[in-house]
Design a protein around this ligand. Structure first.
Ligand code: DC
Length: 224
């Protein structure tokens, strides 16, 4: 079974995808973490972030591992054996990742890696282009939405928990900017697949969203 969960930054994708995967006993793949890990590594190597060829080569070759987190925790991320789980959430990486993810060749390399992982078994994958590009044949496609303000509040809680200092107003601005960059890039922009089910989570609890997705699966909505 393949489940695609797409949507803008802070719509709740990773929280929801992680719980749905745990309930179904299948793998959870956070594709945003893959783009973040690439961005982190590119910054560390002082690569030029407009150098599509160099970034695509790094995306294809880097020793990237995502290890499922225990008891509903976020997956741990390693590059070259070094853990960078926390580093990939830094404001610097968040600020630069859209630029890295905008390159068509980078996306091709990432999509290849993501499909290889999906071919190993059942998976819940979250990102921006899962339903449209990575897994167009997914059994169920969900597009999560929420207001910019609500998404900024959620990101702020998440970042504070991780020890980062944040201002809500700045986050609203950054999220709106990232939405625009992710939606307007030429290479597989953030768009809802025509056969995706859209859920606005602004007023919904995590449990309600998970329950709705599990009901859609049970009812055989989507293509299941
Ligand atoms: O979900 P996130 O905020 O961790 O994603 C980080 C960035 O990566 C986001 O700005 C867009 C990009 N991304 C993408 O372009 N395609 C994906 N499948 C996942 C993320």
């Amino acid at each position: 079974m393949k489940i695609a969960i797409d949507g803008p930054a802070g719509a709740g994708k990773s929280t929801i995808a992680r719980i749905v995967a745990a309930e179904l006993g299948c793998l959870y793949l956070d594709t945003g973490a893959m783009y973040r890990a690439l961005t982190y590594e590119a910054l560390r190597r002082r690569l030029d972030l407009s150098d599509e060829k160099a970034l695509a080569a790094l995306a294809a070759a880097m020793d990237l591992r995502l290890v499922p987190g225990r008891r509903g925790r976020a997956p741990r991320v390693y590059v070259g054996g070094r853990e960078i789980t926390r580093d990939i959430r830094s404001p610097e990486v968040s600020h630069r990742v859209s630029q890295v993810a905008s390159h068509a060749k980078v996306r091709e390399a990432m999509v290849r890696r993501q499909r290889a992982i999906a071919s190993q078994g059942s998976v819940v994958m979250d990102g921006r282009d899962i339903g449209t590009t990575v897994l167009p044949e997914a059994d169920l496609k969900i597009f999560l939405q929420a207001s910019v303000k609500e998404r900024a509040k959620r990101r702020s809680r998440e970042l504070r928990r991780q020890g980062h200092k944040v201002r809500l107003r700045e986050l609203v601005h950054q999220i709106a900017q990232r939405d625009e960059a992710d939606s307007e890039r030429a290479a597989s922009p953030l768009t809802k697949a025509p056969d995706a089910v859209e859920l606005d989570t602004t007023e919904m609890s995590v449990r309600q969203v998970v329950q709705t997705i599990l009901e859609l699966l049970n009812r055989g909505d989507g293509n299941v």
